[in-house]
Design a protein around this ligand. Structure first.
Ligand SMILES: [Zn+2]
Ligand SMILES: [Zn+2]
Length: 71
């Protein structure tokens, strides 16, 4: 999907890494950032978890979440 207007998340919503479980409020030890993140779905892959497997997992998770939250 591209070009569609993005929803605004509720205040306090955070995104969670699909691999290590860190989130916006609880970064990995030493710090991390989002390598991939979907703010609408609340899932991402942080810079500690950027191998291909994890990115593929994130993409699947994002697609699954899009199915669940569609509408
Ligand atoms: Zn991570
Ligand atoms: Zn992290």
């Amino acid at each position: 999907m591209s070009g569609a207007a993005r929803q605004v998340l509720p205040v306090g919503a955070v995104s969670t890494c699909v691999h290590c479980g860190c989130d916006d409020l609880h970064a990995c030890a030493g710090g991390c950032a989002w390598a991939r993140v979907d703010r609408d779905l609340g899932v991402g892959v942080c810079t500690c978890c950027t191998d291909k497997v994890m990115v593929a997992h994130w993409e699947k998770r994002a697609l699954y979440a899009a199915e669940v939250t569609r509408g």
